[in-house]
Design a protein around this ligand. Structure first.
Ligand code: HPA
Length: 268
């Protein structure tokens, strides 16, 4: 359950440490945490020091909030996020999204590493996420009592990503778009699962992002999503999938990715 009192305690701690109100939140996926190192005069807060904050365990993910200016904007970045495959309940995974809103965040830029299902994609592509499919996880982060102070019982999900923000970005650069399907992980998908996801209309597959997008819509944050295609999904090419390859490709894409994030921040 999403507990307002716990959110407030975490937010009070961060507000006091930061001394300013970031307007944009960034959630940085596998291998993409380097963006947080670009933040000027950063205030860095370890997750473990924030009351009620979960702590990240996966290799390649750090557990820090980094706050400061990025490309001229006041931001708070999560370097390291939480996943269901680590054992967290979806309601815990989304806790930081509520905390961001409580400290003044209005927009959320959310990124991930993903497998490409759409054969028009290739490893190294950065894709604008236009929609999500979360229901196959059978885990909704909002399940349980709803606190009306946070948002409505039945949030509208007709526009999970902010159309205006997407359009502004697309005016500046050519980006492929896709629908992202969320799996709980940690095993990668089987080829049969990927064929099924393809038929359902998914272009990308990954183990994150969807819960945070649902939470962000619950509380009225404007969301932009970017996926770094680190591999083609299982069975599309006959090669084994490994976390090392995912991290290696994410690392190679750093320059391109940073440029897109810069433009995404500059247009709002
Ligand atoms: N599947 C799920 N999650 C992923 C993948 C994938 O192929 N690549 C990066 N994250």
């Amino acid at each position: 359950m999403i507990d307002y009192k716990k959110i407030k305690e975490a937010a009070d701690y961060i507000r006091e440490k930061a001394g300013f109100k970031p307007k944009i939140g960034l959630i940085l996926g596998s291998g993409l945490g380097f963006m947080a190192d670009e933040i000027e005069n950063p205030i860095v807060i370890d997750y473990k020091d924030i009351p009620n904050f979960p702590v990240s365990t996966v290799f390649g993910h750090e557990g820090k909030l980094v706050m400061g200016k990025l490309f001229g904007k006041d931001v708070v970045a999560m370097k390291g996020r939480f996943h269901t495959y680590e054992g967290y309940e979806p309601s815990i995974v989304v806790f930081p999204v509520y905390v961001m809103k409580e400290i003044g965040v209005e927009r959320l830029l959310i990124t991930n590493a993903a497998g490409g299902i759409n054969k028009g994609f290739e490893p190294g592509d950065v894709i604008l996420i236009k929609d999500i499919i979360s229901l196959l996880s059978f885990r909704n982060p909002l399940r349980g009592p709803n606190d009306e102070r946070l948002g409505p019982r039945f949030p509208d999900m007709s526009h999970p990503f902010d159309r205006e923000w997407m359009n502004k970005l697309k005016e500046k650069m050519n980006l492929k778009e896709g629908t992202y399907i969320w799996t709980l992980g940690p095993s990668y998908e089987t080829p049969a699962e990927i064929r099924a996801f393809d038929k359902l209309g998914a272009d990308l597959v990954g183990m994150s992002t969807a819960p945070e997008v649902i939470a962000a819509n619950h509380i009225g944050l404007k969301v932009l999503g970017l996926s770094c295609v680190t591999n083609m999904a299982a069975g599309i090419l006959d090669v084994p999938l490994s976390h090392e390859d995912v991290m290696r490709v994410a690392d190679k894409v750093k320059g391109k990715f940073a440029k897109i994030v810069r433009v995404a921040l500059e247009v709002v």
